[in-house]
Design a protein around this ligand. Structure first.
Ligand SMILES: Nc1ncnc2c1ncn2[C@@H]1O[C@H](COP(=O)(O)OP(=O)(O)OP(=O)(O)O)[C@@H](O)[C@H]1O
Ligand SMILES: [Mg+2]
Length: 234
């Protein structure tokens, strides 16, 4: 698959089963240190304050099984090859999708996912060399075809993102990789966003936290309205 031009994926197609759902799936994506968790937590809190049904999810590690996978994936004790990483991230995704995301969407919740399927395109695809077309197929299989309705990509220079995580206990095996690896992953996120012009927004992760949040609020409000949610002004 060409990585530089406009590329169309054959996704989302109609899901085989279980559609439509009442809820909305929002993914926050980026390389480590760009501010995803900060933004995702603020979005969850804001939506709760609006009295909307919200479920916070994350990848990897939203389930008890996934917490074990997260440990295996992110701690530096092991050296999984890219394919092993890809399958384990997809295993976590399958578990999370089936047991956290789908039930929440069926209940009409807004799901805010701290990382989602773009990460595998970015890290295992762009940064580690696995063919993105194959990752698309794996993602589709793991999610049963559930694609995020809205994707917020927190874009930031790898130097800045890594600097923010310097000395952090939350630094993981992927954050330890060199700047070229981070830069390739960043390109992967931007590539994935380019393929999704109808639902992906690239935000400046280097900007002040409140500015990023205010912009994200506007985008989420618009998406909620477009999907038929009554959003109180507050
Ligand atoms: N807009 C911002 N400006 C300055 N600092 C920020 C901003 N957003 C987040 N930070 C800080 O940067 C650090 C990393 O942020 P955060 O944990 O949200 O990143 P992340 O993308 O979730 O990283 P990871 O992928 O490793 O979990 C935190 O200390 C956070 O407080
Ligand atoms: Mg985080």
């Amino acid at each position: 698959m060409r990585r530089d031009g406009p590329v169309s994926r054959r996704w989302p197609q109609p899901l085989e089963a279980g559609t439509p759902v009442a809820g909305l799936l929002i993914a926050v994506e980026s390389i480590g240190g760009s501010g995803k968790s900060t933004l995702a937590a603020r979005l969850v809190q804001w939506l709760q304050e609006l009295n909307l049904g919200v479920t916070a999810s994350r990848e990897p590690g939203a389930t008890s099984f996934g917490a074990e996978l997260r440990r295996l994936l992110l701690e530096g004790r092991f050296a999984p090859v890219p394919w092993a990483d890809a399958f384990l991230f997809e295993a976590d995704r399958a578990q999370t999708c089936a047991t956290v995301i789908e039930p929440a969407l069926s209940a009409g919740h807004i799901v805010v996912s701290d990382r989602n399927l773009y990460g595998t395109i970015a890290y295992q695809g762009f940064a580690s060399g696995i063919d993105v077309e194959i990752i698309d197929v794996l993602n589709r299989a793991a999610t049963g075809g559930r694609y995020p309705d809205l994707i917020l990509v927190m874009d930031a220079e790898p130097h800045l993102a890594l600097e923010r995580k310097r000395g952090s206990k939350l630094k993981d095996r992927f954050d330890e990789r060199d700047i070229n690896f981070q830069a390739a992953a960043r390109e992967g996120y931007l590539f994935a966003a380019r393929r999704d012009p109808d639902r992906a927004h690239v935000l400046d992760g280097a900007g002040p936290e409140d500015v990023v949040f205010a912009l994200a609020q506007q985008i989420v409000r618009a998406a909620l309205s477009a999907h038929g949610f009554a959003v109180p002004r507050a």
